[in-house]
Design a protein around this ligand. Structure first.
Ligand code: PEP
Ligand code: MG
Length: 571
């Protein structure tokens, strides 16, 4: 069964089919005012019971929730108490004489349609949160909610319509090794949570999963987006071998994790982690990261009602920098807009959000927001291991203006006698083709580059990075993308500035030797991917990697490049 690859890895286990009692419309028409009052009261009580359910999950210490999970639950409480939702349901009961169940089904249905109609993958996926709280109210209205979550056996693969955000949090995941769902997309909460728990997940498989029964043997191949039920012996053996290999390469290997990354001919490479909060620092250190190549700061700005204050931001950045114990931490200024909207910021609706008001463009337009963030980053730099980085720069004027505003933020701190690193290194993401093509100009004005292949690839190839329909065209091995990457690295080296890569391409094992051969000095990625990449670096020779790179750069299409790199890697 084929679905969307939402979180990589291979799992072999037994199925637990998670079923939900579906509450359906009744078509009831309320007769009296008493009926109306009773249904309104039932609705209010069901909402309160739903809020209580979530509070219970939150306060259950054994759940051991991380910050992201707490945020999801808080967002659900906020939705449950949303005045518009309440007003609409009560109005349907009062004016249209519907009972509470039917009123909730209709209002939630309308909300879901509105979200699904939005021109934005992230918002479309938020419809899952609305559906989730709707189901919760309905289950409480019909008393059909299971108060105790199921007990999973060892090595369980959960099969479900979707794992709602609150399910994913409330279920006891200690023995769950993978998910496969009928619905859900790459940016859904299920995908985000699966990745944060490092579990393989294949989503959006559709009705094909209906055939699966409890205790069936299941293989989930997260990277390929495949779910195999009751495999024959040959298939099972093949996957058992892949599973062993995957775990050998990706498991925590203390000796490998503490050793430096170095080619067989002695070239040292920096391996860094991408993080979104101080919590991620634990994994980063455990997997042997030498620092943080990309601290995405958006998480602090999302799932809340207003912009975080300077002090809140300072705490957020400082705690990560402190946990890094002197290792460098590159903090990227906000990259909101595009696929990362903020509810309270009321970004204008745009035809082409990825080409619109996002990232540094917002920061330069809203200097108040930008200065607040820069001051918080600067204050964290008092630890002397912080670097600042700007996203989505497309022209040199933007960079100059951003640096001027940084200077102004420094001046404000100097005047208030607040300590910060006067020599804080300043870098930029290179993720637009315009910046890549003029990398020589930029290299003379920043301390470092970080190549953002996720956006660079979509802008170079004119392929939306989140659009499933054209996913095969999203191809970082396209010679156009590779030429840009090589050019940026060459220019960085020519002007003696540090160059790293923090886009997903840095964690693609097939690309490692090629990137080494191009002269990339730093690879930054999710911590769990570090051991596998380190192993490849430690087994390869820099001079040979340069030759492989030359060969690749002479090729005119990605298929030949991928075939050639695959052949080289199996030698
Ligand atoms: C990138 O574009 O490669 C990148 C690392 O930034 P983000 O994925 O946050 O847009
Ligand atoms: Mg980007």
């Amino acid at each position: 069964m084929k679905g969307i690859s939402a979180s990589p890895g291979i799992a072999i286990g037994s199925a637990y089919v998670l079923t939900k009692n579906k509450v359906t419309s009744t078509g009831t028409v309320l007769k009296s005012e008493d009926d109306i009052a009773r249904e309104m009261d039932k609705f209010n009580k069901a909402v309160q019971a739903s809020v209580d359910d979530i509070e219970r999950v939150k306060s259950n210490a054994s759940q051991n929730l991380n910050e992201d999970e707490m945020d999801v639950l808080d967002a659900h409480i906020e939705l449950l108490t949303d005045p518009q939702l309440h007003g609409d349901v009560l109005e349907k009961i009062r004016a249209e004489r519907k009972n509470a169940v039917d009123a909730v089904i209709q209002v939630i249905g309308q909300f879901i349609r509105v979200f699904k109609g939005m021109n934005d993958a992230y918002l479309i996926d938020r419809a899952a949160d609305i559906k989730d709280i709707g189901n919760r109210i309905l289950e409480n209205l019909s008393n059909s909610r299971e108060k105790t979550p199921p007990k999973f056996k060892f090595n369980t693969i959960v099969i479900a319509d979707e794992i709602s955000p609150s399910d994913a949090i409330a279920l006891d995941m200690t023995t769950v090794i993978a998910f496969a769902t009928r619905i859900g997309g790459k940016t859904s909460h299920t995908a985000i949570l699966a990745k944060s728990k490092n579990l393989p997940a294949v989503l959006g498989c559709g009705a094909a999963l209906d055939e699966i029964r409890n205790d069936d043997v299941i293989i989930v191949d997260g990277a390929k987006g495949l779910v195999i039920a009751n495999p024959d012996e040959k298939c099972f053996e093949e996957y058992a071998a892949k599973f062993r290999q995957y775990h050998q390469e990706n498991s925590f290997m203390p000796s490998l994790n503490s050793a430096p990354a170095q080619t067989t001919d002695g070239i040292k490479i920096k391996l860094m982690a991408n993080i979104s909060s101080a919590d991620d620092m634990d994994d980063a250190l455990m997997y042997g990261a030498e620092g943080v190549g990309l601290f995405r700061t958006e998480l602090l700005f999302m799932n809340r009602n207003s912009f975080p204050t300077e002090d809140e931001q300072f705490q957020f950045y400082y705690s990560a920098a402190l946990k890094a114990r002197g290792k460098p931490v590159v903090i990227r200024t906000i990259d909101i807009g595009g696929d990362k909207p903020l509810d309270y910021f009321h970004l204008p609706k745009e035809e082409n959000p990825f080409l619109g008001y996002r990232a540094i463009r917002i920061s330069l337009d809203r200097k108040d927001i930008f200065v607040t963030q820069l001051k918080a980053i600067l204050r964290a730099s008092a630890l002397r291991n912080v670097k600042a980085m700007f996203p989505m720069i497309s022209g040199i004027q933007e960079l100059r203006l951003a640096k001027q505003i940084l200077e102004a933020a420094k001046q404000q701190l100097r005047e208030s006698k607040v300590d910060f690193d006067e020599r804080i290194p300043v870098g930029m993401m290179i993720e637009t083709p315009s910046a890549a093509i003029t990398a020589d100009l930029f290299a003379q004005e920043v301390d470092f580059f970080s190549i953002g292949t996720n956006d660079l690839c979509q802008y170079t190839l004119a392929v939306d990075r989140g659009n499933e329909k054209i996913k095969d065209l999203y191809d970082p091995y396209n010679p156009a993308v590779l030429r840009l990457i090589r050019y940026m690295i060459e220019q960085a080296r020519k002007y003696h500035i540090h160059v790293g890569m923090c886009g997903e391409f840095a964690s693609d094992p097939l690309a490692t030797v090629l990137l080494l051969g191009m002269g990339l000095e730093e690879f930054s990625m999710s911590a769990v991917s570090l051991p596998a990449i380190k192993k490849i670096i430690n087994e390869n020779d820099y001079e040979k990697a340069k030759m492989i790179c030359e060969q690749v750069m002479s090729m005119d299409n990605s298929k030949s490049i991928i075939d050639y790199l695959t052949a080289c890697s199996s030698k």
